[in-house]
Design a protein around this ligand. Structure first.
Ligand code: E4P
Length: 275
C-alpha cells in the first residue's frame, strides 16, 4: 500500500506517522498544514546515488520517469524496471517513490498502475496529464485510480498552473509542473508556481505541488519560496547547493590554524612540565 494511503483516517497518528511527520500528513489538514513543505525529491533511478543522498537525510522521496530509468543502466525488459524500482522503494521506505507509466493506452496504464503499487507500499504512480495528441482520457484514469482504487497518483509533464489545477481537481495526490521547461519556453516558472499555490490554497486542495525539471541550483530555493511543496533535483544540483567556495576557504583556514596550534602545543606542554 502506498505511504500516503497509510495516513490515519481517524485523525490519530500511528507510531510510523510520529517517526516520519514529513511524510505522514493529516487527512484533512488546515490550510496552514497543507502548506507545510515536504522537501526535495531526488530525480534519478541510479541506486548508488539514491543510497548516498538518502544516507545524508536530505531527501524526502525519489522521482523517476522512463527517460531517467533508461539513463540509469537497467537490465533490458520489464523485469529490469521492476527490479530497480523495487530496490529503490525498499531502500527509501517509507519515503515515496514515483514510477511513471510507459504507455499511453488507458487499459495498459491501468494495468501498470496496479502492478507498480505491488512493488512497494511507498510507490505512487506517475501519469502524464495527457498523451502526445492531448485528450481527456488520462485525467479520467487519474480520477478513477485516486477515488475508486485508492492508488496515489502523481500527474506529470505539466507546464502551467491551469493544467495542475485540473489535475488537483481530479484528485491527484501530487501535481508536477516542469519549471525548467516552462522557463525554457520563455515564461517565468516562479509566477506559475505562485499562481498555482494561491489556487490550490483557495480551493482548500491538499494536492502537493512538485516542481521538477530543475536546471539550476537556484531553482530549488526559488521554487520553494514561490510555494512548491516539493522540488525535484538531480544529484549534481544538490552538490551545487551544498558546497560553497568560501566555506572551503574558511574551513581550510581553520585546518591550517588548527595544525599550527597542534604543532605548538607539545612545546608548551613540555615547558610546563619542566617548570
Ligand atoms: C520530475 O518529476 C521529472 O521527472 C523531471 O524533473 C523532468 O525533468 P526534465 O525536464 O529534465 O525531463
Amino acid at each position: 500500500m502506498p505511504v500516503q494511503a497509510i495516513t490515519p483516517r481517524n485523525g490519530k497518528k500511528t507510531a510510523r506517522a510520529r517517526r516520519h511527520p514529513e511524510v505522514f500528513t493529516e487527512t484533512s489538514p488546515s490550510r496552514a498544514q497543507a502548506r507545510t513543505l515536504t522537501g526535495i525529491f531526488l530525480d534519478t533511478g541510479h541506486l548508488p546515488e539514491i543510497q548516498k543522498y538518502h544516507a545524508l537525510g536530505i531527501i524526502r522521496g525519489v522521482t523517476t520517469n522512463p527517460t531517467i530509468l533508461a539513463k540509469s543502466g537497467l537490465a533490458v525488459g520489464w523485469s529490469g524496471i521492476e527490479d530497480r524500482c523495487r530496490a529503490i522503494a525498499r531502500l527509501i521506505d517509507p519515503l515515496p517513490l514515483s514510477v511513471e507509466v510507459t504507455t499511453n493506452e488507458p487499459d495498459d496504464m491501468l494495468a501498470q498502475a496496479r502492478a507498480f503499487i505491488t512493488w512497494g507500499r511507498n510507490v505512487n504512480v506517475k501519469i502524464p496529464i495527457h498523451g502526445p495528441q492531448g485528450g481527456t482520457e488520462n485525467l479520467r484514469l487519474v480520477h478513477e485510480l485516486e477515488t475508486r482504487q485508492n492508488i496515489r497518483i502523481n500527474v506529470t509533464a505539466m507546464m502551467s498552473a491551469q493544467q495542475c489545477l485540473l489535475a488537483a481537481m481530479a484528485g491527484a495526490t501530487y501535481v508536477s509542473i516542469f519549471g525548467g521547461r516552462v522557463n525554457n519556453m520563455g515564461y517565468d516558472s516562479r509566477q506559475e508556481v505562485r499562481r498555482l499555490r494561491e489556487l490550490l490554497d483557495g480551493f482548500g486542495s491538499t494536492a502537493k505541488i512538485i516542481v521538477g525539471s530543475t536546471r539550476e541550483v537556484l531553482n530549488i530555493v526559488e521554487w520553494f519560496e514561490a510555494g512548491a511543496d516539493i522540488v525535484t533535483a538531480v544529484p549534481s544540483l544538490l552538490d551545487g547547493m551544498l558546497v560553497h567556495p568560501y566555506s572551503k576557504e574558511t574551513v581550510q583556514m581553520f585546518l591550517d590554524d588548527g595544525a599550527k596550534l597542534q604543532a605548538e602545543r607539545p612545546r608548551a606542554a613540555k615547558s610546563a612540565s619542566t617548570r
